[in-house]
Ligand binder design. Structure first.
Ligand code: SF4
Ligand code: SF4
Length: 211
């Protein structure tokens, strides 16, 4: 997509109600969707974290961001007895017993390796100087606090709700079958922003949607 096409796509009717389209994807699923989901569930049972590790684009983005985190799983090689228990329980298949610091986008800080390590203070989650160590509880608490603080700030600064009003949503739902709302095989949906905006205003004037 060119930058112009990208802008057109982002503000397109299709993208403005992508959440409704996603709901319909599951609530009115095709047989192809159904069987793909069955296969994904099957693979996820056979291969731990199959979706997250190999297919999820959001996971890849978060994994890349995780490199920026100051907290990593770290090993004290002096006290390590090479029992390999940490590597055996790692769901991401990381060879924890061979590393002093886990630099991997696949580590999701489950702390399984830390909990199974038999030697005190040998494996831990800490910043690079190894002074501030997070236990499972303090780590969970930090995540909850960050989540709540983020939600609070988003509400305070007006980023919690999108710009689409309830009435506009109703308008979109009524016109969901029109070409402007179709995926168009990955192309920009077939719509003219000006015509579409006029239609929306017209509907508003005709009281099809409230102002
Ligand atoms: S925290 Fe979990 S994912 Fe990360 S290295 Fe340890 S066991 Fe593996
Ligand atoms: S479980 Fe602990 S002691 Fe055993 S190899 Fe891993 S870090 Fe070393």
């Amino acid at each position: 997509m060119t930058p112009g096409d990208l802008e057109l796509f982002i503000y397109s009717p299709y993208n403005r109600i992508a959440d409704i389209k996603m709901l319909k994807f599951f609530s009115e699923m095709s047989s192809l969707t159904f069987w793909v989901l069955v296969l994904l569930i099957l693979f996820s049972v056979l291969i731990p974290f199959f979706w997250c590790r190999y297919l999820c684009p959001y996971g890849a983005l978060l994994g890349a961001l995780s490199w920026l985190s100051p907290f990593k799983i770290r090993r004290n090689e002096k006290s390590c007895i090479d029992c390999m228990k940490c590597s055996k329980v790692c769901p991401a298949g990381i060879h924890v017993h061979q590393k002093n610091t886990i630099w991997s986008d696949e580590c999701h800080a489950c702390l399984n390796c830390v909990h199974v390590c038999p030697v005190k203070d040998t494996l831990f989650l800490s910043e690079r100087f190894r002074k501030l160590k997070l236990t499972g509880k303090s780590y969970a608490l930090a995540v909850i606090i960050i989540f709540l603080a983020g939600s609070f700030l988003a509400r305070q600064f007006g980023y919690w709700h999108n710009s689409i009003s309830h009435e506009e949503y109703l308008y979109h739902i009524r016109h969901l079958e029109e070409p402007a709302y179709q995926h168009n095989q990955g192309e920009v949906p077939d719509y003219d922003p000006e015509i579409w905006k006029n239609n929306l205003n017209e509907a508003q004037n005709k009281k099809e949607i409230s102002p």
